[in-house]
Design a protein around this ligand. Sequence first.
Ligand SMILES: [Fe+2]
Length: 287
Amino acid sequence: MRKIIHLTDLHLCPPGGRVIGFEPESRLRACIASINSRHADADLCVVTGDLTDAGDAASYERLRGILAELRMPVRLLLGNHDRRAAFRAAFPEAECDPHGFVQSVLDLDRTRLLFLDTLDESRPGAGILCRDRLGWVADRLAESGDRSVTVFLHHPPFAIGVEYFGHMLLANGAELMELLRGAGGRVRHLAFGHCHVGLSGQRGGLSFSANRGTCHPIDVELRGLRALYVDRRPTYDVLLLEDGDVVVHSVEPGSDEDVVAEERAELDGGSGVIEMRPRRPVLAVAR
Ligand SMILES: [Fe+2]
């Protein structure tokens, strides 16, 4: 089994900066502390874009320093808030395809991971996979053999049921989905960012997952064009991949002070003894 951490939408700023009132750096650091504490055995951490809020060199340099604290390899993807040239200048070791797009592949035994570059710098929110990028994807699928494939990208390649995001998706997502579905069933899962909400499901036989990211969460309103940014904790996902199957755990980093009781499972499946932890009273209504 392979364990992959899925971080997204960091929206990092230069030191001291805020985005819509949120502190991107402290929220990212809370996730990194949680990942290192609970999931240091992960094979990889994937960040699916919007690494920075403005695509500036100072933010990418800051990001490099912060991510160095992660105890596993990291693969970085671009989102609509990123700028490709600035990213490549700050991360010259980042793998790219022959056309200079930040696309790469990683094989972990019988699992193939594809990392796509959906950034379209001519549009504020939507993404694109041009002919060159789609061709690269097709080639990587054709050579995947009997491996199961999981695809990471920033923009959802289909509607997610939220009207606000209707014009901010992968513009030619239907083309990508046709390509993925035509790969003989080898593509099993998609993991994307961009939404700032947690969601999961299946589309055209492919399962998918997303999380609300580390910076500014959105409280979902399915209808209408407004987004409500809400004061909630950052999140990340843990993907467990094995023989083409996928289990996704959504994690909301907390602290020891959040623990109100401890129970250890009995090996016969019975309930264990619950030991209460001394602390303040449990809140009747979660914040
Ligand atoms: Fe974002």
